[in-house]
Structure formats: structure tokens, C-alpha cells
Design a protein around this ligand. Structure first.
Ligand SMILES: *[C@@H]1O[C@H](CO)[C@@H](O)[C@H](O)[C@H]1NC(C)=O
Ligand SMILES: *[C@@H]1O[C@H](CO)[C@@H](O)[C@H](O)[C@H]1NC(C)=O
Ligand SMILES: *[C@@H]1O[C@H](CO)[C@@H](O)[C@H](O)[C@H]1NC(C)=O
Ligand SMILES: *[C@@H]1O[C@H](CO)[C@@H](O)[C@H](O)[C@H]1NC(C)=O
Ligand SMILES: *[C@@H]1O[C@H](CO)[C@@H](O)[C@H](O)[C@H]1NC(C)=O
Length: 345
């Protein structure tokens, strides 16, 4: 009996191996060698425990050779398309870009919540021209946002470099990337102005909507007027030192705009003139120098915060207005009406 069960278990094991082998007939030898070099560069950290010879490399933890996310050629199903090194404090060292560049079919690369990964964003990543999604977030990575990203990573669709220690200016050539629709470089120490051409290609009106998140940096200057022609879905520029106008972000043509976050800057514009698009859900402009009155259309918003500005006049009524408390309107020049004190006429 025990022997029969043993045989059955063996058979089940052989069958499951065969199933895996059908899905991933081989593990590309070059990709396997590149992955082993990545593992060695990180001193064989425990994160890489499953990266053993008896398991095809497509099944190693953090490694993916296909799946629904990618529109891949089935004849290439032994190729590594994505590598993710996530949520581990024991992975330490610089990004081993030369080893990673050995994964010549790579489309997605993610370092997330690995605080021991340090050093600059290495230039050798430029040798992975097929990269569509690059995430280096919540790491110890420092130095500039390198210009090779805009020059060489021409397939890039999503660039997430948030929660690191990046310094310097945003390279204007990110605007050259024709498919880049998602940029998140929030929570770094970026300085200088926002380049006018950022997202100007991919996000042109009537093209795919784009998102831009640059909050919690040290950016200065004005919001580029060119952003008026960008089809934004979400834009978060809060907690910088931006000045001047922001009204170009709004307007009736902004048909996919969902969230605009501008709080804690030094922006100064007339809110009465804002054309809030019909579907806009969130608007945060607290801690700026915004003046004028709150437009009646603000009543359609799901999130509104205009506190600490220079607004005047009656708070609109109806719509969702009753869901906003006094803290959303406090510290303005002369706003009145519920939830603030009544207007005295
Ligand atoms: C990592 O493991 C490989 C294979 O087991 C071994 O050859 C290499 O010396 C190890 N490297 C480190 C830094 O531990
Ligand atoms: C990191 O290393 C420590 C000490 O070796 C270990 O206890 C811990 O489980 C490791 N963490 C992870 C996520 O592997
Ligand atoms: C912004 O710059 C100021 C001085 O220029 C500095 O004290 C501050 O730490 C910087 N903030 C960030 C988030 O980098
Ligand atoms: C966008 O498309 C609409 C119709 O689909 C057209 O009327 C409008 O002119 C286009 N706008 C731009 C900027 O191409
Ligand atoms: C609005 O902003 C003010 C000032 O930063 C803050 O105190 C308040 O909690 C915010 N309200 C909401 C609902 O976010």
C-alpha cells in the first residue's frame, strides 16, 4: 500500500514536471546565466533561495517568462521577460546592471522595497532597449535621474522612481519617449524646473492618457504652459516650490482628467476662472496663494481641499459639498457659508 502511494506520488510529480516543461520547454541558457550573475552580485541573498538548478529559471521567485501581462511570442516562452526583486531587507548592493542586461528579452524590471539596494541608476540598463516598465522604488538608490533613460530606453511605458534619494534636475529628454505614459518620481530630492516637454509626445490630446507624479521634491519654477496640451489622467505636483498659474491643467477638453494634486506649493491663480472637467474627481490645492471664488462645479468633486489660500466668497452648495468639512476650506481670505460661518450680506 505504502509503495503504491509512493508510486502515485512519483507519477504525480513526473506529470507536474511534464506540465511545467510544456509551458516552458527550456530555460534559456543565456538568461539563466544572467540570473545567476544577478544572484551572485547580491551575495546569494536568501531572496534567491528558489533559484536552484532543479527548477527551470522561469519558475524562480521574482522571474517571469510570459503571462497575461505581456503580448509575447510563444516561440520565445523560455525567455525571461520580467525580473522583480521586492520586499527584502537582506538584498544589498548596487544594481547589477551588466548582469541584468544579459536578460536580452527583458521588458519589466522592478526593485521595490529593497532599502539595501544603493548606488546610482546604472548606465548599463541602457543595454536593455526592450524595457517597457522600470520600477526602482523605496530603495537606497541615489544620484541623478540619468539622461540615458530618455535617450536609450525608447520602449519605456512606465517609469517609477519614487521614494528614493534621487537628486538633480528632471532630464528634459524623458519627453522624447514616444510610449511613456506613466511617470512617478515623487518623494525624492529633485530640484530645478519641470521640463516643458515631459510627456508631450505620448500624452498629446486625443492620445493615451498619461499620469505624472512629482510630489515631495524640491521643484521650482512654473508649471509648463505646454501641459495644457497634455491628456492627463492624474497629475500630482504637491509639496514642491512651484509658482504661478495652474489653470492650463483644466479645461473642458480634459476628458480623462481624474485627479489634480497641487497642495503645498506657492501657486497663484484665479480659481473662479477654472473650468473643471465634468469627470474630475479630486482637486487638492491647499497651502498655495490661490485667489478668487470656488467655482460652482466644485460640487461634483469627490475630494476637494482648498484650505490655506486666499479665496473669497460663498462656498458652493449642492452636489457633494455637504461631505467636505470646514478643514477643507479653513484659512482663506474671506470664504463663507456652510461648513464655514454664514455669509453676511
Ligand atoms: C553564490 O553561489 C554560487 C553557487 O552556489 C557560488 O559559486 C558562489 O561562490 C556564491 N557566491 C557568494 C558571494 O556567496
Ligand atoms: C534577513 O536575514 C535575517 C537574518 O539572517 C533573517 O532572519 C530574515 O528572515 C531575512 N529576511 C528575509 C526577508 O529573508
Ligand atoms: C529642499 O531644499 C532645501 C534647501 O535648498 C533643503 O533644506 C531641503 O531639505 C530640500 N528638501 C527636499 C525634500 O529635498
Ligand atoms: C480630438 O478628436 C476630436 C474628435 O474625435 C476632434 O474633434 C478634435 O479636433 C481632436 N483634437 C485634437 C487636438 O486633435
Ligand atoms: C485639507 O488640508 C488641510 C491643510 O493641510 C488639512 O488640515 C485637512 O486635514 C485637509 N482635509 C482633508 C479632508 O484632506
Amino acid at each position: 500500500m505504502a509503495r503504491a502511494i509512493g508510486l502515485l506520488l512519483l507519477l504525480a510529480h513526473v506529470l507536474s514536471m511534464a506540465a511545467a516543461a510544456t509551458r516552458y520547454p527550456r530555460c534559456n541558457a543565456g538568461d539563466r546565466a544572467a540570473l545567476l550573475a544577478v544572484r551572485a552580485a547580491f551575495n546569494n541573498a536568501s531572496y534567491f533561495q528558489s533559484w536552484t538548478p532543479d527548477i527551470a529559471c522561469c519558475h524562480w521567485y521574482g522571474v517571469d517568462c510570459g503571462g497575461d501581462d505581456y503580448d509575447y511570442d510563444p516561440s520565445d516562452d523560455d525567455r525571461v521577460l520580467s525580473l522583480a526583486i521586492i520586499r527584502d531587507d537582506n538584498v544589498t548592493g548596487a544594481i547589477p546592471a551588466e548582469a541584468i542586461a544579459g536578460l536580452t528579452s527583458l521588458r519589466g524590471l522592478m526593485f521595490f522595497k529593497v532599502p539595501g539596494v544603493t548606488g546610482p541608476i546604472p548606465e548599463a540598463l541602457a543595454n536593455i532597449p526592450g524595457l517597457t516598465d522600470l520600477t526602482i522604488s523605496r530603495t537606497g538608490v541615489s544620484g541623478p535621474v540619468p539622461s540615458f533613460i530618455g535617450d536609450k530606453l525608447t520602449a519605456l511605458q512606465s517609469l517609477v522612481l519614487s521614494f528614493n534619494s534621487l537628486t538633480g534636475a528632471i532630464p528634459p529628454n524623458l519627453g522624447n519617449l514616444p510610449s511613456l505614459t506613466y511617470i512617478d518620481i515623487s518623494r525624492n530630492q529633485l530640484a530645478g524646473a519641470i521640463p516643458p516637454l515631459l510627456l508631450s509626445k505620448a500624452g498629446r490630446k486625443n492620445q493615451t492618457a498619461v499620469s505624472l507624479k512629482l510630489s515631495h521634491n524640491n521643484l521650482t519654477g512654473t508649471i509648463p504652459a505646454e501641459f495644457g496640451a497634455v491628456n492627463f489622467m492624474e497629475i500630482d505636483l504637491s509639496r514642491n516650490q512651484l509658482t504661478g498659474d495652474a489653470s492650463m491643467l483644466f479645461g473642458e477638453g480634459k476628458e480623462e482628467l481624474d485627479g489634480v494634486y497641487l497642495s503645498r506649493n506657492a501657486l497663484s491663480f484665479d480659481m473662479s476662472q477654472l473650468q473643471l472637467p465634468r469627470q474630475l474627481g479630486s482637486l487638492g490645492v491647499s497651502h498655495n496663494f490661490v485667489y478668487g471664488t470656488i467655482p460652482a462645479k466644485a460640487a461634483q468633486l469627490e475630494m476637494l481641499n482648498v484650505s490655506y489660500n486666499r479665496l473669497c466668497g460663498a462656498v458652493p452648495t449642492g452636489g457633494n459639498m455637504a461631505s467636505f468639512d470646514a478643514y477643507c476650506f479653513q484659512h482663506n481670505k474671506c470664504l463663507c457659508g456652510a461648513p464655514l460661518a454664514p455669509c453676511n450680506h
